[in-house]
Write a protein that binds this ligand. Structure first.
Ligand SMILES: Nc1nc2c(ncn2[C@@H]2O[C@H](COP(=O)(O)OP(=O)(O)OP(=O)(O)O)[C@@H](O)[C@H]2O)c(=O)[nH]1
Length: 200
């Protein structure tokens, strides 16, 4: 239920006096079902000015006190203010719908679960960047300091390398290893897979 219109006749005091009772019952039943529709008060038969029993001011004041969203004096007979009344109802309903959508969006953005996911993503990204940075620094250090693995030991240079040169030996190395071989004056030949090289 999006909208409730309660109507009385401006020429009938009893109908006006029943508005409070109808409003209270309606609102109470709406609270039970947790609904918040647009509430509109309409004073009908406004074309019968000479027979008026309820002033506009009094009705306006009641509408404000009871928390109606809109108040119009109309005439079902002549059509007085009817278009305005229905247009306003449609506009306010649209407005209400937009507010609900905005609030839903705010709730989603403020939802701790979504925030948690977002911060987790940021933290993962930061972690990956740090790892990449560290890897880069390690590679630079290696280039500056040279490798300290068995192939760089004097034993390897004096005993193993000559044996390789004498007998011929084929092995696969990573790209960085191939640089090391190059430093050791062995000539690497790039294989089609650029991550490997063959020592000849
Ligand atoms: N002048 C005038 N007459 C109206 C208006 N609305 C309804 N009427 C007339 O009021 C009479 C009662 O109309 P209903 O639609 O039957 O309304 P009701 O609630 O059953 O009766 P009421 O308590 O008189 O309003 C009919 O003769 C309608 O033509 C209006 O805005 N202006």
């Amino acid at each position: 239920m999006d909208c409730i219109v309660i109507s009385y006749g401006v020429i009938s005091r009893p109908t006006f006096e029943s508005v409070t009772m109808i409003h209270d019952r309606t609102v109470r039943s709406l609270e039970d079902i947790q609904k918040n529709p647009l509430l509109v008060l309409v004073g009908n038969k406004a074309d019968l000015e000479e027979e008026r029993q309820v002033s506009r001011e009094e009705a306006e004041s009641l509408a404000r006190n009871l928390g109606f969203d809109l108040f119009y004096e109309c005439s079902a007979k002549t059509g007085l203010h009817l278009d305005d009344c229905f247009k306003s109802i449609v506009e306010r309903l649209d407005e209400k719908k937009r507010n609900i959508q905005d609030k839903t969006l705010e709730t989603v953005l403020e939802d701790p679960y979504h925030e948690q996911q977002h911060s987790q993503q940021e933290s993962n990204q930061k972690h990956e960047e740090e790892e990449e940075e560290e890897a880069g620094e390690e590679e630079e250090d290696e280039e500056e300091e040279g490798f300290k693995d068995p192939e760089d030991t004097p034993d390897y240079k004096h005993e193993v390398e000559p044996a390789i040169a004498a007998e011929g030996f084929t092995s696969t190395h990573t790209e960085s290893q191939s640089r090391r071989v190059s430093n050791n004056k062995q000539k690497p030949i790039e294989s089609p897979d650029s991550k490997c090289c063959t020592i000849v």
